[in-house]
Design a protein around this ligand. Structure first.
Ligand SMILES: C[S@@+](CC[C@H](N)C(=O)[O-])C[C@H]1O[C@@H](n2cnc3c(N)ncnc32)[C@H](O)[C@@H]1O
Length: 220
């Protein structure tokens, strides 16, 4: 597994990895203001007693995750880190089911863990998805996630600050060699946090959702 170029450098494909402090600060300042994001997260948490809601999300997102499996060239031998799995971890479930991968489903909110595990068990993928509490900006060798087993990261549209998450993942000694990030559409940028343009993707795919129109790929 290859290491990423440091921030402020270019990677082996010539992709920019520059992040300005202002961009990070601006992205971080949108935290706390996010009413829509809070609403979706609360909705996710409150729907655990309604299994049909999870099933609907899985159905709605099947083409989104299929596009990301293609974009990231995700195969059955890959290990995937899903940053921001939520209480309804439909992305992690679809990755496990459709790509046949093992997934570490990370969320900073410890209260989503038991709900997430409940849905994963119902979806019959609990043996391939491990729910882990933690912060996407603080993934390192000390976390319980065995980084050597992580080849691909998929970052949720609502996970933030995206610049910091991507930079953290890129700088890991033994981290993912492909990072897929959902880039919110402009009406949702201030709510969800946008990855700054200085992050020049190695690939993109269009997405049919209201909240994010593209998923971006960054390679080592
Ligand atoms: C509401 S969920 C949506 C994800 C959706 N369930 C899926 O499967 O794609 C977004 C989650 O991202 C988590 N999150 C946001 N920023 C994060 C970060 N920096 N690290 C870890 N989790 C984060 C939130 O706690 C929230 O539960």
């Amino acid at each position: 597994m290859q290491r990423y170029a440091p921030v402020g450098d270019t990677n082996r494909h010539g992709a920019k990895t520059v992040t300005s402090i202002d961009e990070n600060t601006a992205e971080r300042s949108s935290r706390g203001k996010s009413i829509v994001k809070h609403l979706f997260a609360t909705l996710e948490k409150s729907c655990v007693s309604l299994p049909v809601v999870f099933d609907v999300y899985v159905w709605l997102y099947r083409s989104v995750v299929a596009n990301e499996i293609d974009l990231g060239d995700v195969g059955p031998t890959d290990g995937v880190l899903n940053v921001g799995c939520g209480a309804l971890p439909f992305t992690a479930a679809l990755l496990a089911r459709e790509a046949g991968v093992s997934v570490y489903a990370l969320d900073q909110d410890e209260s989503v863990q038991s709900r997430a595990r409940h849905h994963l068990a119902r979806a019959a993928v609990a043996d391939r998805v491990e729910v882990v509490a933690g912060e996407g900006t603080a993934v390192d060798a000390t976390t319980t996630i065995p980084l050597a087993e992580v080849d691909v990261a998929v970052v949720a549209a609502q996970a933030e600050p995206k610049a910091e998450i991507v930079t953290t993942l890129r700088e890991l000694e033994d981290g993912p060699d492909r990072i897929v990030v959902r880039q919110p559409r402009s009406p949702f940028e201030s709510e969800y946090g946008r990855l700054p343009d200085a992050f020049d993707p190695d690939g993109t795919t269009s997405q049919p959702t209201v909240t994010f129109g593209r998923s971006l790929l960054f390679e080592a």
